[in-house]
Design a protein around this ligand. Structure first.
Ligand code: IMP
Length: 419
């Protein structure tokens, strides 16, 4: 069996949580391969809205195995809270999750370093979620991390002490505060103990064996392609490889195992945090889209920046990921506009972040008719008029079919164009 990958093609917040939940019945295993609690995958099931940060979005389906892969940075404190919240909803997550022994741990000191680093940057700050992601990956690539498997070893306490002492010096040098650590470290220890209730093992072995036995795997990306550490608008990026290639290294599966790469994108664009955003809107239309789309960060609650769909960026993401099919999200938000714009092209430097701020010279927009048609989930022919034109414009220019259109947060508000 093969691995299918689902990932976001923009700056995150494309609606991955909902789609993974919709697709989960088709797979036996759902696996997260990068990122950590900076993610906020929102699922609305009936009247309940739930935001997952580290737990894979297949968790609401009984009989599915959810894997937290080696590429993830795991905060045990946030993880415990997520599991407790699931338990309050009647979901016993313990038998449904396997955690890689090789996933790096986010320590409370990583969060304080994140905060101090951002504060020091002043108006050049990245706009980090302050969940300790950057510092945790710094330690991983500096070969200094504590990993999930280490919590089972007898020298864990000693190693924790040494790292915390080192981090305290770093925090103080950055001008940050360490006072909170007297409560944060005991809470971290307790959460590591809690983590021991889960299967902790080399998940690369589990996954490859499962694939050999014919079981299907959906790899769930976090953040978005344009926040990738290498190909995003550096330094305004996250600290992991968010692309399809990250699924191989973040799960320990070979590229030969990958089948479909499902790329999901919003019918417009949003970005949270700092960094270049070529199609950003600063007018009433932008405000209207933000309000209709409830564009506030699922993890931080920060308002998201809003813009028109950026076709050049979308094509770039499709190229980097080898996308085989597209899912278009939140088309309901664009309903009711007389006309819509798509940013077709602009100088390369604008996507890299090297363009002079506010300079829109060479930006080529196309204007398309809006739509008012409501969609019928069982009838692909209900995609008509302006929406049909909008969809085919994207398909023609990107060269990849749109197979699903999502028009609301509920599982049922999804129209399969072709299945
Ligand atoms: P970090 O990953 O918390 O260090 O944040 C780095 C940048 O990525 C900031 O601009 C964040 O707003 C953005 N970011 C991180 N995670 C997400 C996400 O899940 N959705 C959208 N933006 C994110």
């Amino acid at each position: 069996m093969a691995v299918d990958i689902i990932l976001g093609l923009q700056w995150g917040d494309e609606g991955k949580g909902k789609i993974v939940d919709v697709l989960s019945p088709r797979y036996e295993i759902i696996a997260r391969f990068q990122g950590g609690p900076n993610a906020g995958h929102t699922l609305e099931i009936g009247d309940t809205k739930h935001v997952l940060h580290q737990v894979p979005s297949g968790i609401f389906h009984e009989e599915k195995t959810n894997v937290i892969g080696n590429g993830v940075v795991l905060d045990p404190v946030v993880f415990k809270k997520e599991i407790d919240d699931l338990s309050a909803l009647g979901v016993d997550a313990v038998p449904r999750i396997i955690v890689s022994n090789k996933a790096s741990l986010i320590l409370p000191t990583h969060k304080l370093i994140d905060k101090a680093q951002e504060a020091k940057k002043g108006d050049k700050k990245i706009g980090s979620t302050l969940r300790g992601i950057g510092p945790a990956y710094q330690d991983k690539y500096g070969r200094a991390s504590l990993r999930v498997g280490d919590i089972l070893s007898s020298d864990f306490e000693e190693r924790l002490k040494t790292i915390v002492q080192h981090h305290e010096v770093v925090i103080k040098n950055l001008g940050g505060e360490t006072g909170e650590l007297s409560t944060l470290i005991p809470e971290f220890r307790e959460s590591c103990d809690f983590l021991k209730r889960f299967r902790i093992e080399p998940t690369e072995l589990f996954l490859n064996k499962a694939l050999d036995e014919g079981r299907s795997v959906l790899a769930e990306g976090a953040q978005g392609s344009l926040l990738d550490i290498d190909f995003g608008s550096y330094p305004f990026v996250t600290s992991s490889n968010t692309l399809s290639s990250g699924a191989c290294s973040g799960l320990g599966v070979s590229p030969r195992r990958i089948s479909s790469v499902i790329g999901i994108f919003k019918a417009y664009a949003t970005r949270v945090g700092s960094g270049p955003f070529p199609s950003e809107l600063f007018d009433e239309t932008g405000k209207k889209i933000a309000e209709k789309g409830h564009e506030f960060g699922a993890t931080t609650g920060r308002p998201r920046r809003v813009g028109w769909l950026d076709l050049k960026a979308l094509k770039y993401s499709c190229m980097l990921n080898g996308v085989t099919e597209l899912f278009m999200m939140k088309v309901d938000v664009l309903e009711g506009f007389d006309s819509l714009h798509i940013l077709k092209n602009y100088p390369d430097a604008a996507l890299d972040g090297n363009a002079v701020a506010g300079n829109r010279e060479g930006f080529d927009y196309v204007e398309l008719e809006g739509w008012n048609e409501s969609l019928n989930p069982t009838d692909p022919t209900s995609i008509s008029g302006g929406l049909e034109a909008y969809k085919s414009y994207i398909e023609t220019h990107v060269g990849i079919p749109i197979k699903l259109i999502s028009y609301g947060p509920q599982r049922t508000e999804s129209l399969w164009v072709e299945d």
